[in-house]
Design a protein around this ligand. Structure first.
Ligand SMILES: *Cc1c(COP(=O)(O)O)cnc(C)c1O
Length: 387
């Protein structure tokens, strides 16, 4: 009997090491990694800059406490503020925690203002995490079954439907929480027109726009933040997955006006923003800049999209391409699990998003030849599947 709880339906594969965009199992088999720990391994595996920075920081200090000033945290907060146009950062350890912090801050902000606004509107098919607050925020019923009573104050509306959102807003609405590109929910893009409309609605009603960029943030879509594609400025951004490049770290960024509602004692996290995780995140940001990775994401995305478009023409089971940058999805007419299994046999790791979408999200420094290789492996798998 395994002593690990069965919260994941695990693939029969044990990964023990990695180098760049390749990972190796416990039998020494090599796989091209188009999962990247679900958008976490931003720089691939064993990047020399990361190894060096973490080694040094490990010798210096792993953890102290947020009761003291942490220089790496101060530096990271200031970099993220400059990149996002927001002012202040709260550090935690995961995406769900970052969203929990955002929800708490939105409520506290209106409480402090003497307003009754408390509810948060989110999108159908969204995913915001597995905490009681964030699974309630999540617009998918399957994550909620068996966990009631759920916290009050969450409403769901269809994505890309401004009318539905307009009707859902009332005097109790505190915030709208959206993924600019839904990851877990099927790689669904919020249109520029929609996001700009949402920003206008928020301004009109004096409510907060909070973007969950836990999966899309830190270069994944070819811009540092996915909201840049729509040229909107949210009041709050949450980040986690790719920020630490493999080290657990989450952050909630907010404008100063909103952030000032978190005074000492209102929120906290023992491990949040520890020196080691912040060093990892600083290394990710520096390397994205030094290696011009946003341009690489755009170029590799183009290459991958062209290759996938060819495959859509050739294979009947492939319907359409969706996504942005290196968060791409292929909508299929059939369930994708057998295709993913065949890909693994051909040495390619890819993910599902729901039951009918193949999701690809390699490291941001994936090379041209590695993308070509993945396309060949996918083609072989689809040919076998279609027989
Ligand atoms: C993964 C994910 C989360 C949850 O992050 P955890 O680190 O697993 O808690 C929240 N929002 C989005 C958009 C995600 O993709």
């Amino acid at each position: 009997m395994s002593h690990v709880m069965k919260t994941y339906a695990r693939i029969p594969l044990t990964l023990v090491s990695g180098e760049g965009s390749y990972v190796f199992d416990d039998h020494g088999h090599k796989y091209l990694d188009f999962v990247a720990g679900i958008a976490v391994n931003t720089l691939g595996h064993g990047h020399p800059a990361m190894v060096k920075a973490l080694h040094k920081q490990t010798q210096q200090m792993l953890h102290c406490s947020n009761l003291y000033h942490i220089p790496q945290q101060v530096e990271l907060a200031s970099k993220l503020a400059a990149l996002s146009g927001l002012d202040q950062a709260f550090f935690c350890n995961s995406g769900a925690e970052a969203n929990e912090a955002a929800i708490k801050l939105a409520r506290k902000f209106f409480y402090d203002a003497g307003s009754n606004r408390r509810t948060v509107i989110t999108a159908t098919n969204s995913f915001h995490g597995r905490l009681l607050s964030t699974l309630t925020a999540t617009g998918q019923d399957k994550v909620k079954v068996g966990f009631d009573p759920l916290p009050a104050g969450f409403i769901h509306v269809p994505l890309n439907d401004l009318d539905a959102l307009t009707h859902a807003i009332d005097g109790n609405t505190a915030a709208i929480l959206l993924e600019p590109l839904q990851g877990e929910g099927g790689v669904n893009l919020a249109s520029t027109e929609y996001l700009q409309g949402v920003r206008k609605l928020c301004d009109k009603h004096g409510i907060l726009l909070m973007l969950d960029e836990v999966q899309t943030g830190i270069g994944r879509t070819g811009a540092m933040f996915a909201c840049e594609h729509s040229a909107i400025q949210p009041d709050i951004i949450t980040l986690a997955k790719g920020l630490g490049g493999g080290m657990p770290i989450g952050v909630m960024l907010a404008s100063e006006k909103v952030a000032s509602s978190f005074s000492p004692g209102t929120h906290g996290s023992t491990f949040g923003g520890n020196p080691l995780s912040c060093t990892a995140a600083l290394t990710v940001l520096k390397t994205i800049e030094n290696e011009d990775l946003l341009n690489n994401v755009q170029a590799r995305s183009q290459q991958l999209q062209q290759g996938l478009a060819d495959l859509i023409d050739r294979f009947d089971c492939l319907m359409s391409l969706r996504g942005q940058g290196l968060l791409l999805g292929l909508l299929c007419s059939c369930e994708v699990a057998p295709i993913i299994n065949l890909c693994r046999q051909h040495g390619l790791l890819i993910l599902p998003a729901g039951t009918h979408v193949l999701r690809m999200l390699p490291a941001l420094n994936i090379s041209e030849s590695e993308v070509s290789e993945a396309l060949v492996q996918l083609e072989k798998s689809l040919s076998e599947f279609s027989i």
